[in-house]
Design a protein around this ligand. Structure first.
Ligand SMILES: Nc1ncnc2c1ncn2[C@@H]1O[C@H](COP(=O)(O)OP(=O)(O)O)[C@@H](O)[C@H]1O
Ligand SMILES: [Mg+2]
Length: 241
Protein backbone atom coordinates (compact mmCIF):
# COMPACT_ATOMS: atom_id res chain seq x y z
CA UNK A 1 0.00 0.00 0.00
CA UNK A 2 3.06 2.19 0.24
CA UNK A 3 2.22 3.48 3.71
CA UNK A 4 5.41 4.24 5.66
CA UNK A 5 5.65 2.51 9.05
CA UNK A 6 8.04 2.32 11.98
CA UNK A 7 9.98 -0.77 13.10
CA UNK A 8 10.89 -3.97 11.34
CA UNK A 9 9.56 -5.21 7.99
CA UNK A 10 7.04 -8.09 7.88
CA UNK A 11 9.67 -10.77 7.24
CA UNK A 12 11.51 -9.86 10.43
CA UNK A 13 8.29 -9.97 12.47
CA UNK A 14 7.56 -13.38 10.89
CA UNK A 15 10.94 -14.65 12.15
CA UNK A 16 10.66 -13.06 15.59
CA UNK A 17 7.14 -14.33 16.25
CA UNK A 18 8.63 -17.83 16.24
CA UNK A 19 11.11 -18.23 19.10
CA UNK A 20 12.67 -21.36 17.56
CA UNK A 21 13.25 -19.76 14.16
CA UNK A 22 14.76 -16.70 15.85
CA UNK A 23 17.08 -18.88 17.92
CA UNK A 24 18.14 -20.90 14.86
CA UNK A 25 19.01 -17.71 12.98
CA UNK A 26 21.02 -16.41 15.96
CA UNK A 27 22.82 -19.74 16.42
CA UNK A 28 23.72 -19.97 12.75
CA UNK A 29 25.56 -16.67 13.17
CA UNK A 30 27.42 -17.85 16.24
CA UNK A 31 25.37 -15.82 18.74
CA UNK A 32 24.55 -17.27 22.14
CA UNK A 33 21.15 -18.72 23.00
CA UNK A 34 19.99 -21.54 25.26
CA UNK A 35 19.91 -25.07 23.75
CA UNK A 36 16.38 -26.11 22.82
CA UNK A 37 13.95 -28.30 20.93
CA UNK A 38 10.30 -27.88 19.92
CA UNK A 39 7.39 -30.26 20.52
CA UNK A 40 4.47 -29.55 18.20
CA UNK A 41 0.91 -30.57 19.12
CA UNK A 42 0.45 -34.27 18.36
CA UNK A 43 4.17 -35.01 18.78
CA UNK A 44 5.70 -36.82 21.74
CA UNK A 45 8.40 -35.43 24.01
CA UNK A 46 11.67 -37.11 23.00
CA UNK A 47 12.78 -39.18 26.01
CA UNK A 48 16.40 -39.31 24.89
CA UNK A 49 16.92 -35.55 24.50
CA UNK A 50 20.35 -34.25 25.39
CA UNK A 51 19.39 -31.01 27.20
CA UNK A 52 20.36 -30.56 30.84
CA UNK A 53 17.70 -29.96 33.49
CA UNK A 54 16.26 -27.65 34.70
CA UNK A 55 14.38 -26.84 31.50
CA UNK A 56 11.79 -24.16 30.79
CA UNK A 57 8.77 -24.83 28.60
CA UNK A 58 7.26 -21.85 26.77
CA UNK A 59 4.69 -21.32 24.04
CA UNK A 60 6.48 -20.91 20.72
CA UNK A 61 4.63 -17.81 19.57
CA UNK A 62 3.47 -15.72 22.54
CA UNK A 63 4.86 -12.67 24.30
CA UNK A 64 4.29 -10.69 27.52
CA UNK A 65 5.09 -13.82 29.55
CA UNK A 66 1.89 -15.57 28.43
CA UNK A 67 1.95 -19.24 29.34
CA UNK A 68 4.82 -18.80 31.79
CA UNK A 69 4.20 -20.05 35.33
CA UNK A 70 6.08 -21.71 38.13
CA UNK A 71 5.42 -25.15 36.60
CA UNK A 72 7.07 -24.04 33.34
CA UNK A 73 10.44 -24.84 34.88
CA UNK A 74 10.88 -28.59 35.12
CA UNK A 75 13.47 -30.88 36.62
CA UNK A 76 12.50 -34.29 35.25
CA UNK A 77 10.88 -36.03 32.30
CA UNK A 78 7.49 -36.44 33.93
CA UNK A 79 7.04 -32.73 34.71
CA UNK A 80 8.44 -31.90 31.28
CA UNK A 81 5.71 -33.98 29.65
CA UNK A 82 3.05 -32.29 31.79
CA UNK A 83 4.34 -28.81 30.96
CA UNK A 84 4.39 -29.57 27.22
CA UNK A 85 0.85 -31.02 27.39
CA UNK A 86 -0.34 -27.89 29.21
CA UNK A 87 1.04 -25.65 26.43
CA UNK A 88 -0.59 -27.80 23.73
CA UNK A 89 -3.96 -27.78 25.49
CA UNK A 90 -3.99 -24.11 26.41
CA UNK A 91 -2.32 -22.51 23.41
CA UNK A 92 -2.81 -25.03 20.56
CA UNK A 93 0.72 -24.30 19.43
CA UNK A 94 4.20 -25.75 19.71
CA UNK A 95 6.06 -25.91 23.02
CA UNK A 96 9.59 -24.57 23.08
CA UNK A 97 11.72 -26.53 25.53
CA UNK A 98 15.01 -24.89 26.44
CA UNK A 99 17.65 -25.04 29.13
CA UNK A 100 16.80 -22.80 32.04
CA UNK A 101 19.59 -20.29 32.52
CA UNK A 102 20.01 -19.61 36.23
CA UNK A 103 21.72 -16.26 36.08
CA UNK A 104 21.41 -12.51 35.73
CA UNK A 105 18.61 -11.26 33.49
CA UNK A 106 19.03 -8.11 31.47
CA UNK A 107 16.97 -6.60 28.76
CA UNK A 108 18.58 -4.73 25.91
CA UNK A 109 16.97 -1.77 24.18
CA UNK A 110 18.26 -0.78 20.76
CA UNK A 111 17.64 2.38 18.78
CA UNK A 112 18.61 2.99 15.21
CA UNK A 113 19.91 6.49 14.63
CA UNK A 114 21.44 7.86 11.43
CA UNK A 115 21.69 4.28 10.18
CA UNK A 116 23.76 3.23 13.22
CA UNK A 117 22.51 1.02 16.03
CA UNK A 118 22.73 2.44 19.52
CA UNK A 119 22.34 0.32 22.63
CA UNK A 120 20.53 1.97 25.55
CA UNK A 121 21.85 1.34 29.09
CA UNK A 122 21.29 -2.36 29.79
CA UNK A 123 18.45 -2.87 32.24
CA UNK A 124 18.99 -5.57 34.84
CA UNK A 125 15.88 -7.22 36.19
CA UNK A 126 16.56 -8.23 39.75
CA UNK A 127 14.14 -10.89 41.05
CA UNK A 128 15.86 -11.30 44.43
CA UNK A 129 13.26 -9.23 46.33
CA UNK A 130 10.31 -11.46 45.39
CA UNK A 131 8.56 -13.21 48.28
CA UNK A 132 9.77 -16.66 49.28
CA UNK A 133 8.45 -19.42 47.03
CA UNK A 134 7.83 -17.20 44.02
CA UNK A 135 9.64 -18.18 40.82
CA UNK A 136 12.65 -16.00 40.01
CA UNK A 137 11.82 -15.18 36.43
CA UNK A 138 9.28 -13.13 34.46
CA UNK A 139 6.34 -15.51 34.74
CA UNK A 140 2.89 -14.16 33.89
CA UNK A 141 2.06 -13.51 37.55
CA UNK A 142 5.42 -11.89 38.28
CA UNK A 143 5.20 -9.59 35.28
CA UNK A 144 1.51 -8.87 34.92
CA UNK A 145 -0.34 -9.69 38.11
CA UNK A 146 0.97 -7.39 40.79
CA UNK A 147 4.17 -9.13 41.84
CA UNK A 148 6.23 -6.73 39.74
CA UNK A 149 6.31 -4.34 42.72
CA UNK A 150 8.97 -6.63 44.23
CA UNK A 151 11.25 -6.36 41.20
CA UNK A 152 14.22 -4.08 41.31
CA UNK A 153 15.66 -2.56 38.17
CA UNK A 154 19.25 -1.52 37.72
CA UNK A 155 20.26 0.61 34.75
CA UNK A 156 23.01 0.20 33.77
CA UNK A 157 23.03 -3.50 34.64
CA UNK A 158 25.60 -4.61 37.23
CA UNK A 159 27.68 -6.76 34.91
CA UNK A 160 31.44 -7.01 34.65
CA UNK A 161 32.63 -4.46 32.10
CA UNK A 162 33.74 -7.09 29.57
CA UNK A 163 30.46 -8.99 29.68
CA UNK A 164 28.53 -5.71 29.45
CA UNK A 165 30.35 -4.92 26.18
CA UNK A 166 29.92 -8.48 24.89
CA UNK A 167 26.15 -8.32 25.40
CA UNK A 168 25.96 -4.92 23.70
CA UNK A 169 27.90 -6.18 20.68
CA UNK A 170 25.88 -9.41 20.44
CA UNK A 171 22.60 -7.48 20.58
CA UNK A 172 23.77 -5.10 17.86
CA UNK A 173 24.77 -7.99 15.64
CA UNK A 174 21.43 -9.71 16.26
CA UNK A 175 19.65 -6.46 15.34
CA UNK A 176 21.40 -6.38 11.95
CA UNK A 177 21.16 -10.11 11.25
CA UNK A 178 17.42 -10.26 11.94
CA UNK A 179 16.72 -7.13 9.90
CA UNK A 180 15.30 -5.18 12.83
CA UNK A 181 14.69 -1.48 12.30
CA UNK A 182 14.22 1.75 14.25
CA UNK A 183 13.99 0.06 17.65
CA UNK A 184 13.83 -3.34 19.28
CA UNK A 185 14.32 -5.08 22.61
CA UNK A 186 15.96 -8.38 23.52
CA UNK A 187 15.92 -10.47 26.69
CA UNK A 188 19.28 -11.90 27.66
CA UNK A 189 20.50 -14.01 30.56
CA UNK A 190 24.10 -14.22 31.67
CA UNK A 191 25.55 -17.22 33.46
CA UNK A 192 29.22 -17.36 34.33
CA UNK A 193 31.09 -16.14 31.25
CA UNK A 194 28.33 -16.77 28.70
CA UNK A 195 25.36 -14.79 27.50
CA UNK A 196 22.15 -16.26 26.08
CA UNK A 197 19.72 -14.27 23.92
CA UNK A 198 16.34 -15.70 24.91
CA UNK A 199 13.77 -13.49 23.26
CA UNK A 200 13.76 -10.85 20.53
CA UNK A 201 10.94 -8.33 20.42
CA UNK A 202 10.65 -6.79 16.98
CA UNK A 203 7.79 -4.48 18.02
CA UNK A 204 8.15 -3.80 21.75
CA UNK A 205 5.39 -2.06 23.64
CA UNK A 206 5.98 1.64 24.32
CA UNK A 207 3.82 2.15 27.39
CA UNK A 208 5.15 5.17 29.35
CA UNK A 209 6.82 4.08 32.63
CA UNK A 210 5.69 0.43 32.30
CA UNK A 211 7.60 -0.74 29.23
CA UNK A 212 11.21 -1.69 29.84
CA UNK A 213 12.44 0.27 26.84
CA UNK A 214 10.99 3.48 28.31
CA UNK A 215 12.95 2.76 31.53
CA UNK A 216 16.14 2.31 29.49
CA UNK A 217 15.53 5.51 27.54
CA UNK A 218 15.07 7.36 30.82
CA UNK A 219 18.39 5.97 32.09
CA UNK A 220 19.96 7.36 28.91
CA UNK A 221 18.54 10.79 29.73
CA UNK A 222 15.81 10.59 27.11
CA UNK A 223 12.22 11.62 27.78
CA UNK A 224 9.31 9.56 26.43
CA UNK A 225 8.91 12.07 23.61
CA UNK A 226 12.63 11.81 22.77
CA UNK A 227 12.23 8.04 22.47
CA UNK A 228 9.21 8.19 20.19
CA UNK A 229 10.75 10.95 18.09
CA UNK A 230 13.94 8.96 17.70
CA UNK A 231 11.95 6.00 16.34
CA UNK A 232 10.03 8.25 13.94
CA UNK A 233 13.20 10.05 12.84
CA UNK A 234 14.85 6.75 11.98
CA UNK A 235 11.83 5.63 9.94
CA UNK A 236 11.59 8.99 8.15
CA UNK A 237 15.24 8.78 7.21
CA UNK A 238 14.62 5.36 5.63
CA UNK A 239 11.70 6.66 3.59
CA UNK A 240 13.38 9.95 2.79
CA UNK A 241 10.43 11.93 4.19
N1 LIG B 1 15.89 -20.21 29.08
C1 LIG B 1 15.52 -19.43 30.07
N2 LIG B 1 16.22 -19.41 31.22
C2 LIG B 1 15.84 -18.62 32.27
N3 LIG B 1 14.76 -17.84 32.25
C3 LIG B 1 14.01 -17.81 31.13
C4 LIG B 1 14.35 -18.60 29.99
N4 LIG B 1 13.42 -18.35 29.03
C5 LIG B 1 12.56 -17.47 29.56
N5 LIG B 1 12.90 -17.14 30.82
C6 LIG B 1 12.20 -16.22 31.72
O1 LIG B 1 10.87 -16.06 31.24
C7 LIG B 1 10.65 -14.70 30.82
C8 LIG B 1 9.77 -14.66 29.59
O2 LIG B 1 10.35 -15.43 28.55
P1 LIG B 1 10.51 -14.84 27.10
O3 LIG B 1 11.19 -15.88 26.28
O4 LIG B 1 11.14 -13.51 27.18
O5 LIG B 1 8.99 -14.76 26.63
P2 LIG B 1 8.02 -13.54 26.27
O6 LIG B 1 8.00 -13.52 24.77
O7 LIG B 1 6.70 -13.91 26.84
O8 LIG B 1 8.62 -12.28 26.84
C9 LIG B 1 12.05 -14.14 30.59
O9 LIG B 1 12.04 -12.73 30.75
C10 LIG B 1 12.83 -14.85 31.69
O10 LIG B 1 12.61 -14.24 32.97
MG1 LIG C 1 10.53 -11.57 26.75
Amino acid sequence: MGVPYTAAPAMTHAICIDKAVTKSVLMSHGLGTARFFVVHPGERVPEDHSLDYPLIVKPLHEGSSKGLRKESVVKNLESLKNAVKWIHENFKEGALVEEFIEGTEVTVGLLEAEGDVRVLPLLEIDFSGLPEGVERFYSDRVKNQGLDVYIKYHAPARLPEKMYRTVEEAAKRAFRILGLRDYARMDVRIKEDKYYILDVNSLPLLVPEYSDITKMAKAAGMSYDDLVLSIIRSARRRYGI
